[in-house]
Design a binder for this molecule. Sequence first.
Ligand code: ATP
Ligand code: LTN
Length: 335
Amino acid sequence: MEENLAKKRLYSAVQPTNALTIGNYIGAINNMVALQDEYDCTYAIANMHAITVRQQPAQLRANTLSVLALYLACGLDPQKCTLYVQSHVPCHAELAWVLNTFTYVGEMERMTQFKDKSAKHADNINMGLMDYPVLMAADILLYKADVVPVGIDQRQHLEICRDIAVRFNNVYSPTFTVPEGIYPKVGAKIADLSDPAKKMSKSSENPAGTIFMNDGRDAIIKKFRRAVTDSDGEVRYDPENKPGISNLLSIYTVFTGKSVAQAEAEFAGRGYGDFKSAVAETVADALAPVQAEQARLLADKGYLDSVLAEGARRAYKTASSTLAKVYRKIGFYQL
Ligand code: ATP
Ligand code: LTN
């Protein structure tokens, strides 16, 4: 499949920092799969973003293939979309350097994720961590993406990407497509089960509140059973006053396809114990076939490598043409 000119272009990526969580699935992968027919899709495994926090090399390598296998197991079709590893396409680092000169230090210091991760990794507040949004802007702009499906935590990064694109276009001539974010209607920010004020995150230090896509049934049931709720006993969607229950309702509705009203009616007059068990069983049942397919794919490294090789070839074609255009516009001498 070569670039499809009739369809709008879509880009997204996930960092191979650990096993993925149901937050990543609900916030991002679910939409990535749903939109693959409608758009010309490019999906990266963002290993260059991952190293902004210290990684174990062997783990990073293994996680890279795990994310690809999960993408495929969740239903991404390499015939329809380009699936590749960010570091396989050198244009990302090259465009990020140029975009750095259109980005202000103050803007990067104000980014919420930078502040959160700086607090969490106070011993390693490196330039890459601060420059993370610029590399992300380079990812998106290289592929001329019209839309970017992500969880709500990435909204600020998408806004800065749009600002950088507009700034560049204003200084030169229209060069970059200014992208729009696509956020899920339900579950744009799944909370940690043990602390509903926190985002569920794959690199959280407390795995008790995180459901990983590769968790076994027993672990899933145990974690949901311990999920923090409230004392009023009613299964009702009210994120302000009942964040724990509302989070469980979001998870339940995404995995069952039921509406919030249907779910509330189903558990009216029943205790939280029943509700938590139903959510746990639903999630465990939904994940079992995905896990089996991911394991099958991980046993076929030859196939996974072939998907990545073809993905890198296609991605490079688009990315290098955008980069060449940028270099021309800014006045880099060409041979
Ligand atoms: P890390 O903990 O390593 O920073 P993460 O779990 O936040 O990672 P990312 O790789 O940064 O995951 O994000 C991949 C995608 O998943 C992004 O689109 C992000 O918005 C989405 N996402 C991450 N966590 C959640 C969540 N709790 N709810 C909804 N979407 C999420
Ligand atoms: N920063 C993103 C991952 C990411 C991304 C992207 C998402 C890297 N490059 C480009 C969308 C588009 C995150 O989810 N933390």
